[in-house]
Design a protein around this ligand. Structure first.
Ligand code: NIG
Ligand code: FE
Length: 415
């Protein structure tokens, strides 16, 4: 006996990969399709009439009247938990003050650092719950969340504890990343070596408390050098963390090449990736996680996605939601910029926020595609197809969202 049948689906993006290639458009898209769910898993996917064997008096049957259905969207790069906001810096940015200059003057990450240190667990939980609610309503069912606004033992732990608590307070799955190396805090400005050692010393404790699965670092001019990044990421690997790296966001330092050398799960941002970086990634299994809403908001240029796709690199798209470079939780908007400014095709965009985003957080065996045996994380959009979703931008297309087979959001209540 099954529990739920979604039928009369106009377009079903299963995101199942049709071959072993790394191609960005090799995903399955079905027309006039159905999905069958039992408990929290997908048990059948097909087209045309729903086979009668699934019918029973207790099954819930939902006629989706030609709508678009996709795997629950995955936001694979966010700085989710933080205190405060930085609208004051937005005016400076419009006047042309560069991001790294604002950071050097004690603004930027360092201003969010103060606000986060001053916030209690409860304040951070309440603020973040609002963001997660927006995300769920946008069709997002899994979110990666980085620490990095505490930058000392107590406050980094606080941020990650908040992430863990939030898992129990709302439906979205959270994947936690320790990013103690997000910036050097003011108290260590003259003694960065000691700070780097502090971060390395925190790794076993973070692991012991099971507070994070990944470790990330901001490898950037005036932040952490390639050598420092290598040291911290190598120590993280030895402590059992999976690796991520913020690389080539503002200045190209060689962080991408380091990602390929260390075999990180993902390399993120890549707005300034060079030809040598593209070559290094193309010869690796590293997922390139691109964040075009950050380019949009920093008023900077976009990552060369087409060049990367043509080189055979696997791309994910995510929001980078954070209080400075991208105060925006909207992954649908990111997808629309992915189409308009990264020149990605509809299949490429949907692959980037489903199966490839799952790969960027090492969850591809559980989520990211609608295949028999995978989790029934399903988003329904009130549009006829992928192209329409990307073309009609700036509005929320979500109709309903299922998490582990349960309805967790419904936009237009049926009478
Ligand atoms: O991904 N690059 C580093 N971290 C964030 C920005 C953080 C901030 O400005 O607060 C980013 O863009
Ligand atoms: Fe980021």
């Amino acid at each position: 006996m099954v529990d739920l049948i979604l039928y009369n689906i106009g377009q079903l993006v299963t995101s199942k990969e049709l071959d072993e290639s790394k191609k960005m458009d090799n995903i399955e898209v079905l027309e006039n399709a159905y999905l069958v769910v039992k408990k929290d898993k997908i048990v059948a996917v097909g087209t045309g009439e729903v086979p009668r064997e699934y019918f029973s008096p207790n099954v819930e049957m939902i006629d989706l009247t030609g709508k678009l259905v996709t795997p629950g969207l995955i936001d694979s790069h966010t700085h989710l938990v933080h205190g405060g906001s930085r609208e004051n810096e937005f005016a400076m940015k419009i006047e042309g003050v560069p991001y790294l200059e604002i950071l050097e003057k004690g603004g930027g990450i360092l201003s969010s650092l103060k606000a986060t240190r001053n916030a209690s667990h409860k304040e951070l939980i309440d603020k973040t719950l609002r963001s997660l609610k927006y995300m769920l309503e946008l069709g997002v069912t899994t979110v990666e969340a980085k620490s990095g606004y505490g930058l000392d033992f107590e406050n980094e732990i606080k941020q990650m504890e908040v992430t863990k608590i939030l898992e129990h307070l709302q439906p979205i799955t959270l994947v936690s990343t320790f990013m103690g190396a997000h910036a050097v805090p003011p108290e260590y400005k003259e003694n960065r070596e000691e700070f780097i050692q502090k971060i390395i010393d925190m790794l076993p404790e973070v692991k012991k408390r099971n507070l994070a699965e990944f470790c990330d670092i901001f490898c950037e001019d005036k932040v952490f050098s390639v050598e420092e990044s290598r040291r911290i990421l190598t120590a993280a690997k030895e402590n059992g963390f999976k690796l991520k790296i913020h690389a080539d966001e503002i200045v190209s330092l060689g962080g991408v090449e380091l990602a390929a050398e260390l075999g990180t799960v993902s390399a993120e941002h890549l707005m300034k990736i060079t030809d040598s970086g593209i070559k290094a990634l193309a010869n690796s299994n590293v997922i390139a996680d691109l964040l075009p809403a950050t380019s949009f908001n920093l008023m900077e240029h976009y990552a060369p996605a087409r060049k990367m796709i043509e080189a055979g690199i696997q791309i994910a798209l995510s929001t980078d939601y954070n209080p400075g470079s991208c105060p925006c939780e909207n992954l649908q908007f990111v997808m629309q910029i992915g189409a308009a400014h990264l020149k990605m095709t509809p299949k490429e965009v949907f692959k980037a926020v489903t199966i490839n985003a799952a790969k960027a957080i090492d969850r591809q065996h559980e989520i990211g595609s609608l295949e028999v045996g995978k989790k029934a994380d399903i988003s329904v959009f009130d549009v006829p197809n992928m192209s329409y979703f990307l073309y009609h931008f700036g509005v929320n297309h979500t109709d309903r969202v299922y998490k582990n087979g349960k309805l967790v959001f419904e936009r237009f209540k049926r009478v």
